[in-house]
Every structure is written in structure tokens, then in C-alpha cells.
Design a protein around this ligand. Structure first.
Ligand code: Z5A
Length: 236
């Protein structure tokens, strides 16, 4: 196996070339909004930024996204769904994430492996050992340096997501599920954040949008100071 690309801040600044940042949280937590804002700020600093999302990011992964979000794979069970998300992730890593990190970009990804851990794992009765084997096989050395967990009560996130839809589209396979399950997922993300404090920062997503953006940028600059420096160096 190749040497690690991004495992933690030390390796990121010392020998690897890129930085991998993931955004996680429930529906309507503001991940898409905040990634767009952080990307704008980092680009204004001269950084090379790639914004992407899961499931998706490549034609193959987008095809899997349509399949899974339609609910067509729901009856196959959560472990099969986990494999579908893993297949999408494998393609996404190979075609988008790894090449971007290798050329030195900052990759901002809307959901990644924590979503599988929560949606197909902690909030279900799935075989955790099996999920871990699949995760390790797919990720190899591609691990986020920083994960921003946007946290808010599930009820509020769902209301935001539903207001955004404005009846233009039906709720997807996940949005239709019970409030209790969405709240269990919220707790799942918080459990991961508590167990990996070096990687994860919990952001209060109940704040208004500008305040969330400030919290996101503060966390980014605090946790990845070399990242901003490197972007600035690249322009000089
Ligand atoms: N899934 C899985 O099961 N396993 C996996 O491994 C992966 C995913 C990777 C993908 O859905 C689904 O796939 C997801 C989990 C599952 N479940 N669902 N549903 P998606 O990509 O379509 O949706 P999402 O990831 O849940 O994102 P979202 O619903 O689009 O929400 P968001 O990106 O976090 O929020 P937003 O679009 O930025 O904001 C939502 C609305 O709120 C919008 O109108 C904003 O203008 C507004 N907003 C944003 N911030 C604020 C603040 N601070 N105050 C007020 N209003 C705000």
C-alpha cells in the first residue's frame, strides 16, 4: 500500500499534499450551505478547493445515489445498502478524492464514512464488525483530517429540509423515516465525535447561518492551521 495521504494534521502538513475535511450531521443541518461558504472563503485565500458530496461525486456513484435514495434497495437490508454506499465511495475516492489530495487540494466532502457508520450502523442492528471490514477495505489510507459534525435537533433539521423542498420533490427514502430514528442518528454522530475528539468538532447548527459559518471557519483554522498557511504559500 502507498504511504498515507492524510491521516492527521502532522502527516498532512509534513509529507502529504492535500487535506481532507468531511461534514456530517442529520438532514437539513446545513452541511451543503456551510461547505459552499467555507469553499468560498478558502478560495479567496488562494487555496485549491474541491467540494464534493456522498453518495455521489462521479457518474457511477451518482447512479448508485439514485438507486439508494429512491428506496429501491431498502428491502435488501442495511448491510446490502452499506455495500452500495461503499461501492459509490470506492469510485468517488478513486476518481475525485485521491487525485485531488495528491495534487494538494483541500477536499470538502458532504458526508463520508461516518454517515455509513450511523445510517447503516449505529442506528440499526447491523453487524458492526462487517461494516468495519468494508470501511477499512474501501478507505485504505484516505481518512479525514477533520470532521465537522453539524448538530441540531432532528425535528428542526427535517423542518428545514422540508421547507427547502417546497413540495417540488417527495421526501427521499431516509427523510421519510421516523423522528425517533433521526434523533438516534443524531446521537450516533455525537457518539462518534466523543470517541474521536482529535478528528471531530461538533458545531452548533441551531445558530443562524452566519454564526455557524464563523464556528466552522474557527474550527478549521484552529484544527488545520498548516492548511491555510499552505494555501497562502501556494499563491506566493
Ligand atoms: N447516506 C447513508 O445512509 N449512508 C451513507 O454512507 C451516506 C449517505 C454517505 C443523502 O441525502 C442521504 O444518504 C442521507 C443519508 C444517506 N439521508 N437523507 N436524507 P442528501 O445528500 O440528499 O441529503 P443530506 O445529506 O441529508 O443533506 P440535506 O438534507 O441536503 O441537508 P444539509 O445539506 O445538511 O442542509 P442544507 O441543504 O445546507 O440546508 C437545508 C435548508 O436549511 C436550506 O434551505 C438552507 O437554506 C437552510 N439552512 C441552512 N443553514 C441554516 C441555518 N443556520 N438556519 C436556518 N436555515 C438554514
Amino acid at each position: 500500500m502507498d504511504s498515507p495521504i492524510v491521516i492527521n494534521e502532522e502527516q498532512g502538513s509534513a509529507e502529504s499534499r492535500g487535506w481532507f475535511v468531511t461534514f456530517e450531521g442529520g438532514e437539513g443541518a446545513g452541511k451543503t450551505t456551510q461547505i459552499a461558504r467555507l469553499a468560498r472563503t478558502l478560495r479567496s485565500r488562494g487555496c485549491d478547493v474541491v467540494s464534493t458530496r456522498e453518495p455521489g461525486g462521479t457518474p457511477g456513484a451518482d447512479a448508485i445515489r439514485s438507486l439508494v435514495l429512491s428506496g429501491a434497495a431498502e428491502d435488501l437490508g442495511t448491510e446490502t445498502e452499506a455495500i452500495l454506499f461503499a461501492a459509490a465511495r470506492l469510485d468517488h475516492i478513486a476518481l475525485v478524492i485521491r487525485p485531488a489530495l495528491e495534487r494538494g487540494a483541500i477536499v470538502l466532502c458532504d458526508r463520508f464514512h461516518d454517515s455509513t457508520r450511523v445510517y447503516q450502523g449505529l442506528a440499526t442492528g447491523s453487524d458492526q464488525e462487517f461494516l468495519k471490514i468494508v470501511e477499512d477495505a474501501v478507505l485504505e489510507d484516505i481518512r479525514p483530517s477533520l470532521t465537522l459534525m453539524l448538530d441540531l435537533p432532528a425535528e428542526i433539521g427535517l423542518a428545514r429540509a422540508s421547507a427547502r423542498r417546497q413540495n417540488a420533490a417527495l421526501p427521499d427514502r431516509f427523510e421519510k423515516e421516523t423522528l425517533a430514528l433521526h434523533e438516534a442518528r443524531r446521537q450516533g454522530f455525537l457518539t462518534i465525535a466523543r470517541s474521536e475528539p482529535d478528528r471531530c468538532v461538533v458545531i452548533d447548527a441551531l445558530q443562524e447561518e452566519d454564526a455557524v459559518a464563523r464556528s466552522v471557519l474557527d474550527a478549521f483554522d484552529l484544527r488545520l492551521p498548516g492548511c491555510a498557511r499552505k494555501g497562502a504559500d501556494a499563491t506566493s
